[in-house]
Design a protein around this ligand. Structure first.
Ligand SMILES: [Fe+2]
Ligand SMILES: [Fe+2]
Length: 176
């Protein structure tokens, strides 16, 4: 039933979605630990909850792939992206959520075009949730920028560390 209607591109969208969702789990879990180490307990909890939501998305995609007879295989986890303070992390996350929004927009449109309404609804629901994540991050960032330095640790707001460009590669060695 479902398997007969899932064309190759739909399968491709499912595979890419799984890779991105699991990448989000890895990224938000890492960021939660990082901001926890900065002393930002509330932000850490929020990021941990985000990681759990993304894991829920990955779980739904895995369930869907099994239902159509496909073995889930997320082969391309993205490297974790970090930043020198909370605002930079939130910018990184906004970009990531936008990528998910774009992927689910494309997947929803394609499914509609080929008449696969099950997958159209499946992707559309994920699209709505990622759009909400994006909007929440935008609001969080705006609140943060209006209240600096209240929720940012001392080291992160010193003029030197704020101006100096800092890449993930410089501070966090890649293990690849
Ligand atoms: Fe997600
Ligand atoms: Fe998300």
């Amino acid at each position: 039933m479902l398997a007969a209607r899932a064309d190759q591109r739909v399968l491709g969208y499912l595979g890419r979605a799984l890779s991105l969702e699991l990448s989000a789990v890895q990224m938000y879990t890492t960021q939660a630990r990082l901001v926890g180490a900065w002393g930002l307990a509330e932000a850490a909890e929020h990021l941990r909850n985000e990681a759990q939501e993304e894991m829920g998305h990955a779980d739904r995609i895995i369930e869907r792939m099994l239902a159509i007879g496909v073995a889930p295989s997320a082969s391309q986890l993205r490297p974790v992206r970090l930043g020198r303070d909370l605002a930079e992390l939130l910018e990184v996350n906004r970009e990531f959520e936008l990528e998910l929004v774009q992927l689910y927009t494309d997947a929803t449109r394609h499914s509609a075009r080929v008449g696969d309404h099950d997958h159209r609804m499946f992707f559309e629901r994920l699209l709505g949730e990622e759009q909400t994540h994006y909007d929440e991050l935008t609001e969080w960032l705006a609140r943060l920028q209006n209240s600096v330095p209240a929720d940012v640790p001392e080291t992160a707001v010193s003029p030197r560390t704020r101006r100096e460009p800092l890449t993930t590669q410089r501070r966090f060695r890649s293990v690849r």
